[in-house]
Design a protein around this ligand. Structure first.
Ligand SMILES: Nc1ncnc2c1ncn2[C@@H]1O[C@H](COP(=O)(O)OP(=O)(O)OP(=O)(O)O)[C@@H](O)[C@H]1O
Length: 472
């Protein structure tokens, strides 16, 4: 498989040289550019896995990159991190905001997490072995596969596995999180557009399908696309060609389409939200990933794999003791593999000896109204898109803690959590009002809340007292 390309944008040559070296050693293919024009051109021409930008308080030109339809996850490295810039980063759709002085380990781990390149697949339980065996068999046939399963069960990982075992393994694997793209942009993102197709389209641009030519595209959270687009997608799948927005010619496609969903698509079909014909097109070969609680023989091998992956966070040669093992096996893992990874990551940080005990495992089966503060949440950001061109400073009030410089070391997700909770509280839990106040669509707010929950943050599900009195 080819190495993921990571673009580094900075005018500081020495900084660029050192970071490129670090990333090359970590197995990535770094490309350094010194200005935004070059970066923009590259992003329009090639499929890149990640962009790292050294920010500059004076220009904040990185926002232009974040707003490109083709933008992969964006990591900002701030010479002087500030709460204000962190908020701006969140609103512009950046995936991570770190201080420029972050350690090499932290940077490499962040890149791995966002590129989705970080984990060897674990399948020890008979049920998951069977799923992956089936996946490898279907990988050889060039048919559509619909992957279903609860959030965090590993659907994207399975899709990648199919790609890597297919005849298209040398081609690109392009994952598109359909829920993360604003409705008005999704068509442009998937199918591309010609210059002048809409305000701000200063150049023509290849969409995700074209970027995946010769390879595989994963349409993640497929149930989130509206019926109009479902009809267009169906045509693309039938005719195997696309037309860019405002384009005049049809472009033949050589792309395998995989789709995934954590909703039961049959129910969406029954309720008229999802086209039946598209469902059957995608459903040529269905694969269901069981929840982790139904494949308990995976729990300890996964925990050990995550301990190895996060070894740098804890004592050397850390091992789970018997009580810790029982605790892991006794939990029902509503957040699936992602939750397990978060728990192990925290345990590695908390452990003060080689033996990880049950006390080091912070498992919270029923979250309380008070928010949990996760330590280094582990989640891969899909193709998070800018939520709105409007990236002006927020008017939402900052919590007192935000003004303390000590919080600046926390990552962007924490800032995002606070901003959303503060706004929800101001709006007494009214999501519609909160979305308006944040300058994002209802759908984007729903997506962000779901993603925060995945990261272990507690966002109450109903409007009401929790927002009024909750201690955040
Ligand atoms: N079998 C596995 N072996 C190792 N790591 C795994 C496995 N399954 C999942 N993971 C890890 O768990 C995390 C969640 O996996 P993934 O993103 O593939 O889940 P998902 O089902 O697509 O989630 P969502 O529905 O929320 O998008 C990732 O960090 C992934 O690397």
């Amino acid at each position: 498989m080819s190495q993921p390309s990571v673009l580094i944008v900075t005018a500081d040559q020495e900084f660029s040289r050192r970071r490129c070296l670090l990333l090359r050693e970590a197995g990535f293919q770094p490309i350094g550019v010194s200005d935004y024009t070059h970066a923009q051109r590259l992003l329009e021409r090639r499929s890149l896995a990640l962009v790292i930008v050294q920010t500059s308080a004076e220009t904040r030109q990185w926002r232009q990159l974040a707003q490109l339809p083709s933008a992969p996850p964006l990591v900002l490295l701030a010479p002087q991190p500030s709460v204000e810039e962190a908020k701006l980063a969140m609103r512009a759709g950046a995936a991570e905001y770190l201080g420029e002085g972050c350690s090499s380990l932290e940077l490499v781990q962040t890149v791995r997490r966002l590129v989705g390149d970080e984990q060897d697949l674990v399948a020890k339980d008979a049920r998951s072995r069977e799923v992956f065996r089936m996946a490898r068999r279907v990988a050889q046939k060039d048919v559509s596969v619909l992957i279903t399963g609860e959030s965090g069960t590993g659907k994207e990982m399975l899709a990648r596995h199919i790609h890597e075992h297919s005849g298209r393994a040398e081609g690109p694997f392009v994952a598109v999180n359909c829920a993360a793209i604003p409705e008005q942009m999704i068509e442009a993102v998937l199918f591309g557009f010609e210059k002048g197709a809409f305000t701000g389209a200063s150049r023509s641009h290849a969409g995700k399908f074209e970027q995946a030519q010769g390879g595989t595209v994963l349409l993640d959270e497929i149930s989130e696309i509206d019926t109009n687009l479902q009809a267009k997608l169906l045509r693309v799948l039938q005719e195997r060609e696309i037309e860019r927005l405002c384009g005049t010619e049809s472009i033949p496609l050589d792309v395998r389409v995989l789709a995934s969903s954590n909703r039961d698509l049959r129910e969406a079909v029954a309720s008229g939200q999802f086209r039946q014909d598209l469902y059957y097109r995608l459903h040529v070969f269905p694969i269901h990933l069981p929840p982790l609680r139904e494949r308990l023989d995976d729990v300890l091998p996964l925990a050990e794999a995550f301990m190895a992956k996060h070894a740098g966070l804890g004592p050397e040669g850390a091992q789970l003791d018997d009580a810790a093992r029982s605790r892991l096996l006794g939990h029902d893992w509503p957040g699936n593999v992602r939750e397990l990874e978060n728990v192990i990551q925290r345990a590695m940080i908390l452990a003060d000896s080689q033996r990880i005990s049950a006390d080091d495992l912070v498992i919270e089966p029923v979250p309380t109204a008070a928010a949990r503060r996760p330590v280094q949440p582990a989640v891969r950001d899909g193709d998070e898109m800018p939520t709105s061109p409007e990236t002006a400073d927020t008017s939402a009030g900052a919590s007192p803690a935000e003004e303390e410089p000590a919080t600046l070391g926390h990552n962007l997700r924490e800032q995002e959590f606070r901003l959303i909770m503060d706004t929800l509280r101001e709006c007494r839990g009214n999501r519609k009002q909160a979305a308006e106040k944040l300058g994002i669509s209802d759908r984007t707010l729903r997506y962000r809340v779901a993603r925060l929950r995945k990261d272990g943050f507690h966002v109450p599900s109903k409007a009401g007292a929790e927002y009024a009195y909750g201690q955040v």
